[in-house]
Design a protein around this ligand. Structure first.
Ligand code: 5RP
Length: 234
């Protein structure tokens, strides 16, 4: 990606994060996603608390998000202490025309999926690079327990998933839950619904980054505006 493209994507993320903050209303419980787009949402929500005295509570989908929210004086509750989530706003790595997606580029897929599944309404904020016709160009993150992970790699390889163990600074990357992430380089996923069931049935797999029928609305940066894509009810 060249510098111009980077600047454009950054501007899109900022626009999306700030726009999404307007969806938060007084008294709501809000699930805060993870990533660079959500970082702008958090900043804007902090500003709304300071300037409008807006009051709401949140749950965070990662330690990084919790720290960022607290820095902006946004209250963060433990998921165990809340009974329902009105709205979750999160980023996404790729989504297809059915609004199914891949998440977990930032390593937070497990908590993100739990929070989304408990939410009354979920919105993804997506820069223009995230819309695809078919999922899979973005490597699918699969969260696994460290015990015997080399065998899990072997089994995923035999399934044709082409996994690589995610590294950071020369060491194996460890999630907030103490797990590893195997990024599966499949290039194209024929049947995401079948694959998510198959992956989650493997012993050693904790969760995978396919989010099927989990979002209600996608805010997609388009030109200088934002397209609102709503999930079609079946
Ligand atoms: C983290 C995620 C993020 O939402 C996803 O990676 C998008 O991130 P960004 O907004 O930085 O592009 O799934 O686990």
């Amino acid at each position: 990606m060249n510098d111009g493209e980077l600047d454009r994507r950054k501007a899109e993320k900022k626009r999306l994060g700030e726009f999404a903050a307007s969806f938060v209303k007084e008294g709501m419980t809000v699930g805060l996603g993870t990533g660079s787009t959500v970082a702008y949402l958090i900043e804007k929500l902090g500003k709304r608390i300071r300037e409008e005295h807006l009051s709401f509570q949140t749950v965070a989908t990662s330690e990084a998000t919790e720290a960022a929210a607290l820095r902006c004086r946004i209250p963060v509750s433990d998921l165990n202490d809340i009974s329902s989530i009105d709205l979750t706003i999160d980023g996404v790595d790729e989504f297809d025309p059915s609004l199914n997606g891949i998440k977990g580029g930032g390593g937070a897929l497990l908590r993100e999926k739990m929070v989304a599944s408990l939410s009354d309404y979920t919105i993804w904020i997506a820069d223009s690079a995230k819309a695809v016709n078919r999922l899979g160009a973005f490597p699918l993150p699969v969260e696994v327990i460290p015990f015997g992970y080399k065998h899990t790699i072997r089994i995923l390889s035999q399934m044709g998933c082409a996994p690589t163990c995610r590294m950071r600074d020369g060491r194996i990357y460890v999630t907030d839950g103490g797990h590893y992430i195997l990024d599966c380089h499949m290039r194209s996923i024929d049947d995401p619904k079948a694959l998510t069931v198959k992956l989650n049935s493997l012993p050693g797999v904790v969760e995978n980054g396919l989010f099927i029928d989990m979002v209600d609305e996608v805010l997609l940066a388009a030109g200088n505006g934002i397209d609102v894509l709503k999930k079609k009810k079946e």
